[in-house]
Ligand binder design. Structure first.
Ligand code: ZN
Length: 527
């Protein structure tokens, strides 16, 4: 039996109450004792004078569904203090896989020379359990499910198809999923009528599951999109998590004033609503998201065919130009290009690339999409500081990276990810707490831990208290800082001294210990 005590540290326990100096004793995977006096029993004594101990951070919005298979160490997450990731977001999940989605997701495994040993949510959770450093809770991705059951079409689901999706959702919830996510801005979510989303979400209510929504729009029709997500939660009878809440495009800045009002009204009327956010003014997603929805119907190959058809291409370019010139071509930078493509484009704006190439930005965009066969990401500087502040100051806002796992070495070290995948939680503590004083350290930690656990209904996590699971972070609150930048993202944060997952030391002295104590949590067991 392993027993250790973090001694003389400031304990910020995740409840939001003021920190105090004391001793935290862990036995095996649980916190045994929290006190202001030293323990009398023997065990390893870790002097932590000057450091702060907090519960492990809960990443409310993670895309590590497949990256955990390629590198279970989850370095970018563990190194910033994350001990639990909520994966399967934005309608995209690792499981369950039906129909052609087995081949689609299989491509990831081929690329990393791995075997895909699962199809169902149950098999997915069983396989990943104990293969990773971090704990996970998994959502069912509505897009992954719908594509598997219905193919790549844009027609609404038939009664039979809705029933098939409901049965699949029910089975995945029984296997331990936490709820359902939609990406209503992406295919096939953008073709899915609201009523259909309600029907497919309905089965999770029986399991107290949660509905996570990447909204149908985050700019011109943001307010309507928030109202739609609230309606889906109301009609399906489930709690709503509004993902990475923001207002995109300078002409939409300030709209969070209205969205937060609508959210407050919903909460006042008894609805269960929370948000999450990452602390940056730039977002990241697939470059294809710049094209009109109709241009993407049927998948990447169909979209490429449309780009080869002169009439359709002209229409696509006109619609994209109208939208993007208003947004600003200088605000969108290329993220990661496809293997074998020109890496010098990574990090450059479409305006700059177009200038270098001597063509219009929209023409450069089409060329990049074609050269990369649509497999290219972007980083967009579309948010205003005031909206970021307003959203963070709301007491229902939690924290999420919106990133998949990465690492400065190994198979996930390639590409140019958004720095949020390494820096989100330290950046909140450094910028929003220490520099700007938007909230106290205790309040920020509460949002990252205790409140997130409460939102998820987890009975044994998110607090430093006797009997709770020992997911712990030992940090220096004066020094904690994000280091990852847009230019050089593969850098781990500073000031995170130790990270324990289920009582096991995973991050120590800026190094991963190589341990893999992470569990695939089953939602029904954790409540
Ligand atoms: Zn999203």
């Amino acid at each position: 039996m392993e027993r250790f005590t973090l001694a003389n540290c400031r304990i910020v326990d995740g409840t939001g109450t003021p920190g105090f100096t004391g001793f935290v004793t862990v036995v095996d995977h649980r916190i045994e004792r929290v006190a202001t006096t030293p323990p009398t029993l023997a065990g390893t004594h870790i002097e932590a004078d000057g450091l702060t101990v907090t519960p492990g951070f809960i990443d409310m919005h993670s895309h590590s569904d497949l990256t955990l298979f390629a590198d279970g160490r989850a370095v970018s997450k563990i190194s910033q203090g994350i001990t639990l990731e909520i994966i399967g977001q934005c309608g995209i999940s690792g499981a369950p896989l039906y129909g052609h989605m087995q081949d689609e997701v299989g491509k990831f495994f081929d690329r990393h020379q791995l075997k895909r040993p699962y199809s169902s949510m149950k098999e997915y959770l069983n396989f990943i359990d104990g293969q990773m450093a971090v704990n996970i809770l998994a959502l069912i991705g509505h897009g992954t499910l719908r594509r598997g059951v219905m193919g790549e079409g844009d027609a609404p689901a038939s009664v039979e198809e809705i029933r098939a999706m409901q049965e699949a959702v029910d089975a995945a919830m029984q296997a331990g999923a936490v709820g359902l996510s939609t990406g209503l801005i992406y295919p096939p979510g953008c073709y899915t009528p609201t009523d259909e989303v309600v029907e497919v979400t309905r089965p999770i209510a029986r399991y107290q599951g949660l509905y996570f929504s990447h909204l149908r729009n985050e700019g011109d029709t943001l307010v309507e999109a928030v109202d739609e997500a609230l309606r889906i939660g109301r009609e399906a009878g489930v709690g709503v998590q509004l993902s990475h809440h923001k207002a995109m495009g300078p002409h939409n800045w300030g709209k969070t004033r209205i969205t937060l009002e609508h959210i407050d009204q919903a909460i006042a009327s008894g609805q269960d609503v929370y948000m999450d956010q990452y602390p940056y003014v730039a977002s990241a997603t697939s470059l294809t998201a710049l094209l009109p929805d109709w241009a993407l119907i049927g998948g990447a190959q169909k979209a490429l065919e449309r780009l080869r058809d002169d009439t359709l291409l002209r229409r696509i370019m006109n619609e994209t130009e109208a939208k993007e010139s208003r947004f600003g071509w200088d605000r969108t930078r290329i993220g990661t290009v496809r293997d074998g493509q020109d890496r010098r484009l990574q990090g450059k704006s479409l305006a700059r690339i177009a200038e270098n190439w001597g063509m219009a930005p929209v023409t450069a965009l089409i060329k990049i999409l074609q050269d990369n066969e649509m497999q290219v990401s972007m980083i967009r500087f579309g948010m205003g500081e005031e909206d970021v502040e307003r959203v963070f100051r709301h007491p229902r806002t939690l924290v999420g990276t919106d990133g998949g796992g990465s690492a400065p070495d190994g198979p996930l070290s390639q590409g140019n990810p958004h720095p949020r995948t390494y820096g989100t939680f330290p950046r909140v503590l450094a910028e929003f707490v220490r520099e700007k004083h938007w909230v106290s350290l205790e309040e920020a930690i509460h949002r990252m831990t205790g409140l997130a656990a409460q939102r998820l209904g987890l009975k044994n996590r998110g607090r430093i208290a006797s009997g709770y699971v020992a997911d712990l972070v030992l940090l220096d609150s004066d020094r904690v800082d994000d280091v990852a930048t847009f230019e050089n993202p593969h850098q781990t944060a500073e000031g995170i001294h130790r990270v324990y997952v289920n009582g096991s030391l995973v991050w120590h002295d800026n190094r991963h210990t190589g341990r893999m104590p992470g569990r695939a949590l089953r939602y029904y067991e954790e409540r």
